[in-house]
Design a protein around this ligand. Structure first.
Ligand code: CU
Length: 375
């Protein structure tokens, strides 16, 4: 209680002091009417250009300082275009930033209070209005239209001959599936991914490949993403559980992976991993895919390496890959009887050519006893 009374008394004394001080100030002001503006006017005026210079120095310094934290140089055709847009916009914004701030900080200095000077009353000027409306209007229209132009090209359908890679996000890694190159054996003109169905997902068949679709017979899985240089690559993306997001910073590729729907992104990589290593003088350089949607505890670990190589090397790598079905022949039991011959043509006759009648339920051996695919 005593403490409370002391605190309240102190506060009251403080309030009285403040009031007395303010009254004193008012008396002083009324005594010498014309001297309300003292040296502080000059000091404030001078501070403005000083802040301008310091602020600009800081802005320029921070741009150089943050340079290493910007995205690496774009290594895809569309990436160069989007980067271009970014830097043009930055240029326009930068010019406006410097021009407006010079005026903003210079004017308080130049037009500081002076006894002998009166402000001009300048209510309106149509020409000025037109200039500062039309010029930004034109600049913004050019920026928006050029951005839309690039966006339209980035988002348009991939060329028919694009290399297809399926990326499936799951907590917490990316599953990578390729359509395989044995399309001739199943009577297809071009490589095509087999259908998938979430109900078919199990410990081994991680994306739920549907083996009633002949296109799935030569599909193969990979622990890394390999793509050919200079050729269009089409990513078919979805997620198994929650939202994930495909981010390949070097290629300026970014697309959400959504459960229940497929998203796509296509691009053309311009330099092989080997070329980049030589150029950066860094033998450990790797392109990478990271997840950019906080998807849970292990989000940080959703990193997959990307290897870009010459198209011939890429073709060799694909040819050497064994189809998922060839590595997990138990799934032959899920292949309909009329397609079994085709499937065997693709995966080759195994010593374990399973009888067609084997029911699907018993086909999947307990985890660990089964030959696991590449991942
Ligand atoms: Cu994530």
């Amino acid at each position: 209680m005593t403490t409370a009374i002391i605190i309240v008394s102190l506060l009251l004394i403080l309030a009285i002091l403040v009031t007395v001080f303010r009254v004193q100030l008012l008396i002083n002001v009324s005594k010498k009417e014309n001297e309300t503006v003292g040296t502080s006017n000059k000091v404030n005026a001078i501070i403005f250009p000083i802040f301008l210079v310091l602020g600009f120095a800081g802005a320029i310094w921070v741009s150089f300082y943050s340079d290493p934290y910007l995205l690496p140089e774009a290594q895809s055709i569309h990436g160069k275009r989007t980067d271009n847009l970014f830097w043009i916009t930055m240029g326009v914004i930068g010019a406006v930033f410097f021009a407006t701030h010079i005026l903003l900080f210079w004017f308080p200095y130049k037009y500081q209070f002076k006894k002998e000077r009166k402000a001009t009353f300048y209510p309106h000027n149509n020409n000025l209005e037109i200039v500062w409306t039309v010029i930004p209007g034109i600049v913004l229209t050019v920026l928006v239209i050029s951005g839309w132009w690039v966006w339209r090209d980035v988002m348009r359908d991939a060329p028919k001959d694009a290399t297809v890679v399926e990326l499936v996000g799951k907590q917490f890694n990316w599953i990578v599936r390729y359509p395989g190159d044995k399309q001739a054996l199943i009577g297809q003109a071009s490589p095509e991914l087999g259908r998938y169905d979430y109900r078919l997902i199990d410990a081994v068949n991680e994306v739920g490949i549907d083996f009633t679709d002949a296109n799935s017979f030569d599909d193969f899985m990979s622990t890394e993403i390999r793509i050919p240089k200079g050729k269009p690559v089409l990513l078919k993306i979805h997620a198994r559980d929650v939202l994930h997001s495909v981010f390949m910073p070097h290629f300026r590729v970014k697309m959400d992976a959504v459960p229940g729907m497929q998203t796509r992104f296509w691009f053309v990589p311009e330099k092989t991993t080997a070329e980049m290593r030589a150029e950066l003088n860094n033998p450990n350089f790797n392109y990478e895919l990271a997840c950019t949607e906080i998807c849970g505890r292990g989000h940080f670990s959703m990193r997959t390496l990307i290897v870009v190589e010459e198209p011939e090397d890429y073709a060799k790598w694909v040819a050497a890959k064994k189809p998922f079905l060839a590595q997990n022949r138990d799934y032959l039991s899920q292949v309909p009887a009329n397609l079994k011959e085709k499937a065997l043509k693709v995966i080759g006759p195994g010593e374990d050519t399973a009888p067609a009648e084997q029911p699907a339920a018993t086909a999947a051996l307990p985890l660990g006893t089964q030959p696991v695919a590449n991942r």
